[in-house]
Write a protein that binds this ligand. Sequence first.
Ligand SMILES: [Zn+2]
Length: 375
Amino acid sequence: MSLSLPADPPAARSLTGVLPQILGSLTGDPQWFPEARSAVVVMIDGLGRTNLTARAGHARFLQGSMAKKDAARTVFPSTTAAALTSLLTGEPPGVHGIVGYSVRVPGRTYAVNQLQGWETDGLDPLSWQRSAPLLERESVAGRPCFVVSAPHYAATGFTRAIQRGATFVGVAAPGERLSTAAQLAARHPGALVYVYLSELDATGHAHGWQSDRWVAKLESVDTDVRRFAGALAPGVGAIVTADHGMVDVPARSHVLLRTGDRLLDDVAMIAGEPRMLHLYAESDAAGVLGRWRDAEGERSWVLSREEAVASGLFGAQVAPEVAARIGDVLVAARGEIAYYDDRLADKRAQRMIGQHGSLTDQERIVPLIRLGAFA
Ligand SMILES: [Zn+2]
């Protein structure tokens, strides 16, 4: 049967391939990017290509540096935990095992957050994330590898899961993070430097990407990246990319799941995020699938786990251990809507305006801007 999933955007490169390709450029095997002496990957959380282009007048440097072909497609779900893990391991979610914002962990009766839940919920960074981090592999082989990020990420479980092996450099101000990265790349021949900027995403979630505050943040990111590009030493290549884009969902477009709602029948656990639910059935997954498809199939892609795996959404291969983490039923919003479990007492998540996780191009397509030796 046809699920009418959106086709992969043909021109866009896979985000999963970016780091292996950069390493090719550093080792005399350039394909996507020209040869370089050192490289910097700038990850701007939440900067979708559509979002950027819609506000091009406020990001003249980024927009002006982005050729038509400079696009990448992120993984499914279009969410930070899955996408950063794919970028930094070179593997799709079906292999590395980080398949959502939150998922069911065997033995737990609640959904475990895949960004922040590592310590509190006892996920082992060395085994729950199943792939070898590229920064670890490269630093063991003698390459100078650095992560430049906000200081509070230094010792988190997620950092250990995907960034271990690299030297962590904690810098509070985003602009200084970028200048530090340029200096590290200049000083260490062969270096691979990863810089993470979370600020734009946080503003987008709180106020929406169409807000003045988001535009102001975009302007400051644009200024910081322009300075960074000007500071790159000869032979240093840089890529500016993102983990996902963003869709604004106003409160009136929330779909609230309430006690007595038939869509909650036989659902043991709801995980994922408001635009991409993992539903775990109590007993009859086909029943849950049927009810959701009947009610929501017009405005969301409603898939069984088997359909999602067979269609390659999580990558060509899905390890059995990873399949067990995926919901029995997946609900990926197509329209500008978001699903909330309104039985929860804590309504803070309902204040979020900017959202992502689903399969729309606005969420999936990100910039892949080439600077310095990569331009
Ligand atoms: Zn986000």
